[in-house]
Design a protein around this ligand. Structure first.
Ligand code: NDP
Length: 386
């Protein structure tokens, strides 16, 4: 029987909700590209409940315990001798969400001789050292597509809120003011702007589709070009590299995975080639941007705004400079963890576990590493350091 170690974020400060803002969730049939939603044999939760925090347990306890497996759930993951470290020593499966990642470093993997499967309840498995997972024969899987649209919606919200200066204007209302000039002195329309995405995968393409009705000019760069008919439909300009694209854009959104090719991409040099007063939205991974270069660009006015929900490390320390830099719209890592997304990735996690325990292959689109190499979605979108 397997020991399953699940690392989740803390419950709300006032305890688990006893009621929710809405009843249930809209029913989706399929993802936009036709991929089916998760197909576990059953679920033991009500879609729309908080599942991603410790007491939510991703709705997995009764399923796992009814089969004789042990489930350990903790949020304690980073301090020396954390509960995560203690249980990792004999865990067969580790589950964690990118929002509160259980960093599976090479050192930790070396101390986990029984580890066979690392599941990302969400998308983005960069918290796992993929080279070490490959070397250790560990399968890495994620719930591909589960929250891609959740993030795309968040990106559009952040673009509008930065360009239109929404957050400072809202603050004036809360402070009892009616300071229109203070609010509008940094407010612009999105209409007519050039907006580009670094990567046009599931999230990046969904962002482009959602922005098209705003009468903007759309740009993208990606390792693989989109089909001609999609480029024509959205009137997209393709650029071979990020370096080619960003000088043309008023707004850039980052939607690529973190891997050796994208780490540190937005450094002083690349930021310096952007239009003065451009906006940068990064909901992909914190380490794709150079932390201090972002602060410098906001302070100098090279960037007019920066928003996103991804940091390094997570949780971000209280003194992280992105909490206090000017003109930012940062949130904790939330865009992919709406109640809507949680229902999908909890079901997808269960689907992955059901396949694993039955000795059946995992869906190819869920795989990042398998059989000692990048596999499935991972073989398409990631790279290794070698
Ligand atoms: P996809 O795999 O659908 O898309 C990723 C895209 O990035 C692919 O088209 C890939 O290209 C492209 N890409 C990879 N490397 C580069 C590069 N060096 N330059 C340009 N393009 C590149 O994933 P999603 O769109 O669903 O998610 C993307 C990322 O967003 C995740 O990996 C994760 O880091 C982040 N994310 C954040 C969330 C949040 O809550 N904030 C939630 C979900 C995801 P190709 O495959 O063509 O080679």
């Amino acid at each position: 029987m397997a020991k399953v170690l699940c690392v989740l974020y803390d419950d709300p400060e006032d305890g688990m909700p006893t009621e929710y803002a809405r009843d249930g969730l809209p029913k989706l049939e399929r993802y936009p590209d036709g991929q089916t939603l998760p197909t576990p044999s059953a679920i033991d939760f009500n879609p729309g409940e908080l599942l991603g925090s410790v007491s939510g347990e991703l709705g997995l306890r009764s399923f796992l315990e009814s089969q004789g497996h042990e489930l350990v759930v903790t949020s304690d993951k980073d301090r020396d001798d954390s509960e995560f470290d203690r249980h990792l020593a004999d865990a067969e499966i580790v589950i964690s969400q990118p929002f509160w990642p259980a960093y599976l470093t090479e050192e930790r993997i070396a101390k986990a001789p029984n580890l066979k499967l690392a599941v990302t309840a969400g998308i983005g498995s960069d918290h796992v050292d993929l080279d070490a997972a490959i070397a250790g024969g560990i399968t890495v899987a994620e719930v591909t597509y589960c929250n891609s649209i959740s993030v795309a919606e968040h990106v559009v919200m952040m673009i509008l809120s930065l360009v239109r200066n929404y957050l400072p204007s809202h603050d004036w209302v809360r402070k009892g003011g009616w300071n229109i000039a203070d609010c509008v002195a940094r407010a612009y329309d999105v209409e007519g702007m050039d907006i580009g995405t670094i990567a046009a995968g599931r999230i990046g393409l969904a962002v482009l589709r959602r922005l098209a009705p705003f009468d903007v000019r759309l740009h993208y760069t990606d390792r693989h070009r989109l089909p001609d008919d999609v480029e024509r439909e959205l009137n997209l300009t393709f650029h071979e590299t990020a370096q080619d694209m960003v000088p043309n854009c008023d707004v850039v959104t980052v939607n690529a995975p973190l891997h050796p090719q994208t780490r540190g991409m937005f450094n002083d040099e690349l930021l310096g080639t952007m239009k003065r007063g451009a906006y940068l939205i990064n909901t992909a991974r914190g380490l794709i941007a150079d932390r201090d270069a972002i602060v410098r660009a906001l302070e100098s006015g090279q960037l007019a705004g920066y928003a996103g929900d991804v940091w390094y490390p997570q949780p971000a320390p209280a003194d992280h400079p992105w909490r206090t830099m000017p003109h930012h719209g940062m949130t904790p890592h939330i865009s992919g963890s709406t109640l809507s997304a949680q229902a999908r990735y909890a079901a997808g996690t269960r689907e992955i576990l059901e396949s694993y325990f039955a000795g059946q292959p995992l869906r190819d689109e869920y795989l990042i590493v398998d059989g000692g190499k990048l596999a499935g979605a991972g073989a398409h979108s990631y790279s290794t350091s070698s």
